[in-house]
Design a protein around this ligand. Sequence first.
Ligand code: LLP
Length: 438
Amino acid sequence: MFLTGTMKINAQGHLVIGGIDTLELVKEFGTPLWVVDEEGLRYNCRVLKEAFSRWGDAVVAYASKSLCNLAICRIAAQEGLALDVVSGGELFTALQAGFPAERILFHGNNKDPEEIRMALQAGVGRIIVDNFYELELLNSIAEEYGKNVDILLRITPGVEAHTHEYIQTGQIDSKFGFTLTDGQAMEGVKAAVYSPRLNLTGLHCHIGSQIFDMDPFRYTTALMMEFIAQIKEETAQEIAELDLGGGFGIFYASGDQPVDPEEWAEAVMTTVQEKARHYNLRVPRVIVEPGRAISGPAGVTLYTIGSFKEVSGIRKYIAVDGGMTDNIRTALYGAKYSAILANKADQEPVETVSVAGKCCESGDMLLWDVKLPRVESGDILAVFATGAYNYSMSSNYNRLPRPAMVLVNQGCADLILKRETYEDLLRNDLLPDRLKLE
Ligand code: LLP
């Protein structure tokens, strides 16, 4: 289940990705190493794009927050996706990668004036406006530039989706968006319609992440269509675009049961079409913003195993040369992962161990209770589905340099992110004259 894309086990019992033995990758690039399977990544882009476009006018925007650098943005552009960015940094990366600005959607609950200026100068396709403050700010900056800006309004529909359930009023208390249930959303729509420089092309919502149940998507889509009907009634404004966010779940560990992207597309697209008929509306263009479903399964992290500690009768810890600095999701969310020994990938599991990182913090754990073949120092641990929200949430805690990232494809490995050096860690440090050595 965790071997996706081009991942295989070769005759020597080694994990192979993109036609390359991962032990060769380790020799060349060292560990920890983020490996991205290019074919796997492109496949995920295509499957989602095809699943949605089969039903009509739909756009798949890759949520770059899940994994953002020049190479990944280039690939998303080549695959014909749109791009969701949430900061000046993500926007800058996308523009430097040559991502067509008109296919970029700019999110964020607190975009600053500089970020907004950058977006307007670049000609970003849509700005997703999050609150009243931003409506005013954006309108006044657009006025400075003498530009009209296409916007979507972020609506908080009051649906919170979890992996196996959803709550219909749970997420009203959110920092994001205009609340649907208390009239704020309609007020926001009216304010947008009356903003001379803003052109309200659509609505946006996002109900959560790592979702396996399609009901919350159906339910939210229906709520948003009902709201579109109300908007037409109260303002005569026809909403042309409906962005339903990301959140499509992937396999990390046993218990995760991802559904086919077709099911997501069907749930969303048929609800939009049914409700358009029901309310006598034009069928809006649908936008979705998957991040994890595109980048997650395409990434594998390779670590070298170092020290061991056995707590008798309780647990065996094995420690790797990375940790919460390259993957904070276990420590932060209690996330689960699957792993194998890349150099013993054909051997049966014989022991249960917990994998610790090397940071000076007890919570710095990567996997709890994972079954592996007999583990020895020097073995290479491969952790699967680390493409999303690992690099993008990485840090230099304990002044650990960030790992390198390689893109593998058909026997070639290209470095797409250099390993940080100790000098890199000092790049922005400054020593005031009065503290300098004599
Ligand atoms: N669109 C919007 C507006 C979002 O806020 C997000 C994720 C996405 C799209 C993409 O969601 P995805 O398809 O990747 O689930 N750091 C967490 C995930 C936070 C997601 C935040 N927003 C994690 O590591 O699981």
